[in-house]
Design a protein around this ligand. Structure first.
Ligand code: CU
Length: 75
């Protein structure tokens, strides 16, 4: 299962983190979401066959958290 680290510069506080988790966690294909506020990163485990990274970016953009960069890590 892929794991992505998304750089999201707009993350500034715990409220941002809970908004992001609330937006992504219910989505089919998302198995784990965590937010590192200090690093302004979202750590995401997901099933690529069910949800694309592009869809994840759209969801975050709709919440006014544009994704600046994506790093894929072994998962
Ligand atoms: Cu905030």
């Amino acid at each position: 299962m892929p794991r992505a680290i998304l750089s999201v510069p707009e993350i500034s506080c715990a409220h941002c983190a809970s908004s992001i988790v609330a937006a992504l966690e219910p989505e089919d294909g998302v198995t784990s979401v965590s937010v590192n506020v200090d690093a302004r990163q979202v750590h995401l485990d997901f099933h690529e066959a069910t949800i694309s990274l592009e869809r994840v970016k759209e969801i975050l953009l709709a919440e006014e958290f544009p994704v600046e960069a994506v790093e894929m890590v072994a998962g």
